[in-house]
Design a protein around this ligand. Structure first.
Ligand SMILES: [Zn+2]
Ligand SMILES: [Zn+2]
Length: 243
């Protein structure tokens, strides 16, 4: 099911199996004919998301872009599948991960070589399937008008080098990727391009935003009153993340 969060922001829940599948957020006010997807999901997890878009009355050519919070496999695995179904969609990624995608360097996607070999033994992944053209390279601090809603891009490195959050000041809403989740959890910081000290700074930045609605890319979402939970999470983890 596609679920309403606030006007112009909808949630398609990921379907975890033996590997996680990221949620997808759909941004754009109805009637705008300009919709944005945030993240995609694991391989083979694109078709049900396309069906849910159709069921919400969003036609494929109204999806103008896919913004990646970061490029781990559980978020980008079905990007090629979604792009085949969304003829007008551009790909927007932070510049620090766009350079890897355009070079066909999959180290960030897989995170480590053990995971890469495990995945490749389970899925047929065509050579160069993740060499992907990025139409817009984000840098952080940009203001984006996404189908009638303003979002600020916030660079949140630490879980991966080019991780971003999308922040709506109007709704005090943050799409946080894998930087911070509900219920005290944060993203792992042991994969390729991760950095615990950067993650600590990113978490402190998130805590300073005064978030009410927290939309992470896994597990449950928080539709209001998220700030105390976020503050506690950041304090609880700070001692584990270095300086
Ligand atoms: Zn991740
Ligand atoms: Zn993830």
């Amino acid at each position: 099911m596609i679920e309403h969060v606030v006007e112009g922001v909808q949630w398609i829940q990921g379907k975890d199996s033996f590997l996680p599948d990221s949620h997808v957020y759909v941004i754009g006010k109805s009637g705008s004919s300009d919709f944005t997807l945030v993240d995609c999901g694991l391989m083979d997890m694109g078709s049900y998301k396309l069906e849910q878009l159709e069921s919400a009355g969003i036609s494929p050519n109204q999806v103008k872009r896919i913004i990646m919070t970061h490029t781990h496999l559980d978020h980008i695995g079905c990007l090629p599948e979604l792009l085949r179904g969304l003829p007008d969609a551009e790909v927007w990624v932070h510049e620090d991960e766009a350079s890897y995608l355009e070079a066909g360097d999959a180290r960030i996607i897989f995170g480590n070589s053990m995971f890469e070999s495990m995945v490749k033994s389970q899925y047929a992944i065509p050579q160069d399937c993740f060499r992907i053209k990025v139409q817009r390279k984000l840098v952080g601090e940009e203001m984006l008008d996404l189908g009638g809603i303003a979002f600020k891009v916030i660079h949140l490195p630490g879980h991966s080098a080019g991780g971003i959050g999308l922040f709506s000041l109007e709704h005090k809403l943050l799409i946080s990727g894998d930087t911070i989740y509900a219920d005290g959890a944060i993203g792992r910081y042991d994969l390729f391009s991760a950095n615990p000290s950067e993650l600590k700074r990113s978490l402190e930045l998130v805590a300073g935003l005064g978030i009410d609605i927290l939309l992470p890319c896994h597990n449950r979402i928080v539709k209001g009153g998220a700030e105390p939970m976020i503050n506690k999470t950041v304090v609880d983890w700070s001692g584990f993340l270095g300086n």
